[in-house]
Design a protein. Structure first.
Length: 413
């Protein structure tokens, strides 16, 4: 497959949705020759900050002399972004070849499955990633869990270090109704005699981490919260993510880190779509916050980025399966006015529904513009040259705004 064919194949698998369980992944790994055993690995789980932590960690380890791979989700513009080798996304032909191999393995596996059971998009992509990381001979792969941990397709790696970035209420339909339940599902990735690195945790999640670490005879380490002063990624939450990555790098290497290498990793690592400045006059920021904890972190960080610029205009799109009211409660005080839109994901709330919610919460004046890029243009008009615009509420909105190929279909999973 070429790149377009590979992406169309992956998008076609969305028909089968998400299916938890590791049986299909174990069969895929067997069909591909157990690639996940041919590199060392670090597994990153948590409610927010996983992708940033993965990229920071890969950057730190690479500056300590290791060849690194990373696997993150979702992507903004192309599936290529999800698999990186030494901080560079796969070339188009490389992704096409990797998906071709994984798709062939999926065909073999599906002959052994019962009934209407099918290999999912995320399983095919994860298998493609693991095979490509092994083929390229990386020393270590830093892997982001897709959803939860216990039954997530990524959880077939024999990771030496695991990172729990934080735990909040999310995906309660699948992961359980409480923070403790959700923490337990994420912490199921912890291996015997490994090292678990924890970010900022509330009491319930911390208790779960301590209990699981003791049960698995794993060493438990907590991030310091400190980061280099010249961190390229903006916001307190990114400093916390970097701190977790640094603690995980030290655990993986088994020795103190080189301060100069850590500083270079912080200064050089760009995190796309997370409090990212993409325009001036007015200052324009995009951020993929998609749940209440992420929205609160964004609202707390915005003053550091936008300073005293006024007016502050928000461009919002939120999916229907998210806690929209919780997100709006966090975000509305940060803006003087809003432009409400609808990202391409079919689960997105309509602008009219968002406007109704904003009104119920006594939010600022709001306009509705259906198409995301036009909504951003309208927000920039409202802000004027001295104002600030922030587009947020869904990673899929950010993807719509940065996607280079307007003809390409967006992923919805």
């Amino acid at each position: 497959m070429n790149l377009r064919e590979a992406e169309e194949h992956l998008l076609g698998l969305e028909l089968f949705g998400m299916r938890f369980g590791l049986d299909r992944m174990h069969r895929l790994m067997t069909a591909l020759g157990m690639p996940q055993r041919r590199f060392a690995s670090v597994h990153v789980v948590g409610t927010n900050g996983k992708s940033s932590t993965v990229r920071f960690l890969a950057a730190i380890l690479r500056r300590h002399g290791l060849s690194t791979g990373s696997y993150t989700s979702p992507h903004l513009g192309s599936f290529r972004e999800r698999i990186e080798i030494d901080e560079q996304p796969l070339e188009p032909g490389e992704l096409g070849a990797a998906v071709t191999r994984a798709a062939h393995a999926a065909e073999l596996v599906e002959r052994t499955l019962d009934g209407d059971d099918r290999v999912t998009q995320f399983e095919v992509l994860t298998a493609a990633a693991y095979h490509e990381l092994a083929r390229r001979g990386v020393d270590v792969a830093v892997v982001e869990a897709g959803l939860g941990g216990r039954y997530d397709a990524t959880n077939v790696i024999p990771s030496r270090v695991q990172v729990l970035t934080g735990v909040g209420l999310e995906h309660t339909r699948w992961l359980g109704p409480t923070v403790r339940d959700i923490a337990e599902e994420k912490l199921a990735v912890v291996r015997d005699h490994s090292t678990l690195v924890a970010g900022a945790l509330g009491p319930d999640a911390r208790a779960a981490a301590e209990r699981v670490a003791a049960q698995r005879h794993a060493r438990l380490a907590f991030a310091s919260g400190e980061a280099p002063p010249a961190l390229r990624a903006l916001g307190l939450f990114q400093r916390q993510n970097f701190s977790a990555a640094a603690a995980a790098a030290e655990a993986f290497l088994g020795r103190p880190l080189d301060p100069e290498a850590v500083a270079r990793a912080g200064a050089e690592t760009r995190i796309a779509g997370r409090l990212e400045v993409v325009g001036e006059s007015p200052l324009t920021v995009i951020d993929g916050a998609h749940n209440p904890p992420g929205a609160r972190a964004l609202a707390e960080a915005l003053p550091e980025v936008v300073g005293d610029r006024r007016p502050r205009v928000g461009v919002l799109s939120i999916l229907e399966d998210k806690d929209a009211a919780g997100m709006l409660n966090a975000l509305l005080p940060a803006f003087d006015c809003l432009v409400l839109t609808r990202c391409a994901n079919p689960r997105a709330l309509s602008p009219g529904t968002l406007a109704s919610l904003v009104g119920q919460l006594d939010g600022p004046e709001a306009e509705t513009v259906a198409e995301p890029r036009r909504a951003l243009e309208r927000a920039r008009e409202l802000a004027g040259s001295g104002g600030a615009v922030t587009a947020t509420g869904s990673i899929y909105l950010v993807g719509d705004l940065v996607r280079q190929d307007d003809a390409a279909r967006a992923s919805t999973l």
